[in-house]
Design a binder for this molecule. Structure first.
Ligand code: IFM
Length: 443
C-alpha cells in the first residue's frame, strides 16, 4: 500500500436519511413524526420548507439505486422511518411501511450494494413525543420493540445495522438548543434524553441479536476535536462540557460503562441499577460522522454557557471550517479511547456548497472535490498511524432536506432540482466514482 492508496477491500459508500429524502409523509399509513410537526411550525425552518416531498425518494427509489449502481460503490446507508413502520411508535407494524424497505433492500442486493440500515435518524413518532419522547424512559422500550420488528423483517438480508445516527446532535439540539425537533430548551431534558437513548441502544442491540446473532452492530457517533478558544478557565470549562456532551456522552457508557465526568452527576438521577450493563454491549464496528473541528468559548447567554470561536480556515456554505486534519485526530483519538482493534467506518463526511447547474447542464463543484480530497487524505494518514479504517461513506448521495436549513444547503454529490425532481450527478460524483473504482488519491 502506498500512502495514497486505500487499503485492500476498502468499502466506499454513500449515506442518506429517511426524513431528508423520502417525502410521501402521509402515504401508505405513515404516522406523523416530530420533524413533520416541527417543520410545519412557522418560523422553525428556512423558507418554511418541510420534508413533505423532499427528494420524493419514496417513489423514485429505483432511479436512486440506479445512481448508486452507476457510482460503483459497495454500500448504501439509509434509515428506516419509525413512523412508517409503527405510525404511533407502538403496536402492530404497518405492513406497507415494511414493504417499502423490503423492496429497497432487495433492489440494493440485486445491484450488488450492501445495505447498511440505521434504525433512527431523528424522526421520532409524534405520538411518542406526546408522551415525553426521549425524556421518557419508556421510549427506550418502545424503541426496542421497533428494532425487533425491523429485524424480524430484514435481518435475513441486512447484515450491517446501526442503532442511532448522531445521538449527541438530536438530543442536544432537539432538547437543549431547540433549533431541531422537538424544539425544547432544557438542560434537564438533555440529561434525561442522553440516558434514555443510551438505554435504547443497549436494549436495541439485545433485540437485534435475538433475531440474528451474527449481525454487525454499531452506533453512529459524531466526533470532532474541540479545543478551548483561550486558556482562560471559563473557556476550558465550556470546552470540557461540550466535549462531554458532543463526543463522549454515548461512546463512554457504550464502551466504558460510565458517563463522562463533566456530566455524570447531571445524568445520575436517571440511571437505575443495571442500566449501564445493558448499555455496554459488545459492538462489531465503530462508526462516526465527522465534519469539522471547533473552538469553544464561554458564553454567559447560552443555556449551556457555550459558544463557538472563529477558526482561521476556509468555510463551507454551512459556515463550517474546512479542517481535514480533525478527521485524522478524531480517528486516532477514537482508537485510543474506545474502538481499539474494532473496524472503523466513517459513515458521513461531506460538505454543502452553493452548487448551480451551468448553461451546459453540468454542476461543477470543485470545492467539494477539494474538500473530499483533503478529508480522505486525512483518513489515509490515520490508516498510516495504525487506525483500522475499513470504509468511508459520503454525505450525501443526494441534495436533501437539511433540517432547520431546509433545501438551501446542498450536500449531495448528485444535484436535485426540486421543481422537477431531476437528478444531475455533480463533478464530485464522477470524482468519487474513480475512487470507488480503485483510483489512488491524487493529493
Ligand atoms: O444532514 C445532516 C445529517 O442528517 C446528519 N449529519 C450531518 C448532516 C449535515 O448537517
Amino acid at each position: 500500500m502506498t500512502d495514497n492508496s486505500f487499503p485492500a477491500g476498502f468499502l466506499w459508500g454513500a449515506s442518506t436519511a429517511a426524513y431528508q429524502i423520502e417525502g410521501a409523509v402521509r402515504e401508505d399509513g405513515r404516522g406523523p413524526s416530530i420533524w413533520d410537526t416541527f417543520s410545519h411550525t412557522p418560523g422553525k425552518i428556512a423558507n418554511g420548507d418541510t420534508g413533505d416531498v423532499a427528494c420524493d425518494h419514496y417513489h423514485r427509489w429505483r432511479d436512486d439505486i440506479g445512481l448508486l449502481r452507476e457510482l460503483g460503490i459497495g454500500a448504501y446507508r439509509f434509515s428506516t422511518a419509525w413512523p412508517r413502520i409503527q405510525p404511533t411508535g407502538r403496536g402492530a407494524p404497518n405492513e406497507k411501511g415494511l414493504e417499502f424497505y423490503d423492496r429497497l433492500v432487495d433492489a440494493l442486493l440485486d445491484a450488488n450494494i450492501q445495505p447498511w440500515l440505521c434504525l433512527y435518524h431523528w424522526d421520532l413518532p409524534q405520538a411518542l413525543e406526546d408522551k415525553g419522547g426521549w425524556r421518557n424512559r419508556d421510549t427506550a422500550y418502545r424503541y426496542r420493540d421497533y428494532a425487533a420488528i425491523v429485524a424480524r423483517r430484514l435481518a435475513d438480508r441486512v447484515s450491517y445495522w446501526a442503532t442511532f445516527n448522531e445521538p449527541n446532535i438530536f438530543t442536544y439540539r432537539g432538547l437543549g438548543q431547540g433549533d431541531h425537533a422537538p424544539g425544547l430548551q432544557s438542560r434537564e431534558a438533555v440529561w434525561r434524553a442522553i440516558h434514555t437513548v443510551n438505554l435504547a441502544h443497549g436494549l436495541g442491540v439485545l433485540a437485534l441479536r435475538e433475531q440474528r446473532a451474527d449481525l454487525k452492530l454499531g452506533n453512529i457517533y459524531n466526533l470532532a476535536p474541540r479545543e478551548p478558544a483561550t486558556d482562560r478557565e471559563q473557556d476550558r470549562v465550556a470546552c470540557e462540557l461540550m466535549g462531554a456532551i458532543m463526543n463522549d456522552a454515548f461512546p463512554d457508557p457504550q464502551f466504558l460503562g460510565k458517563y463522562p465526568e463533566p456530566i455524570a452527576d447531571d445524568i445520575k438521577p436517571y440511571v437505575r441499577d443495571g442500566d449501564l450493563a445493558i448499555i455496554k454491549q459488545k459492538l462489531d464496528y465503530f462508526a462516526f460522522n465527522h465534519y469539522s473541528r471547533s473552538r469553544i468559548r464561554w458564553d454567559n447567554d447560552h443555556l449551556f454557557h457555550v459558544g463557538y470561536a472563529k477558526i482561521d480556515a476556509p468555510v463551507t456554505a454551512m459556515g463550517w471550517p474546512i479542517t481535514p486534519d480533525g478527521l485524522r485526530e478524531s480517528l486516532v483519538d477514537a482508537k485510543a479511547r474506545w474502538s481499539g482493534d474494532l473496524p472503523v467506518y466513517i459513515l458521513e463526511n461531506g460538505a454543502a456548497f452553493d452548487d448551480a447547474v451551468d448553461a451546459e447542464g453540468r454542476v461543477r463543484d470543485p470545492q467539494r472535490i477539494d474538500f473530499l480530497r483533503g478529508y480522505l487524505g486525512a483518513l489515509l494518514d490515520a490508516v498510516a498511524a495504525g487506525v483500522p479504517v475499513k470504509g468511508y461513506f459520503v454525505w450525501s448521495l443526494l441534495d436533501n432536506f437539511e433540517w432547520a436549513l431546509g433545501y438551501d444547503k446542498r450536500f449531495g454529490i448528485v444535484y436535485v432540482d426540486y421543481t422537477t425532481q431531476k437528478r444531475i450527478p455533480k463533478d464530485s460524483y464522477f470524482f468519487y466514482r474513480e475512487l470507488a473504482r480503485g483510483a489512488p488519491l491524487d493529493r
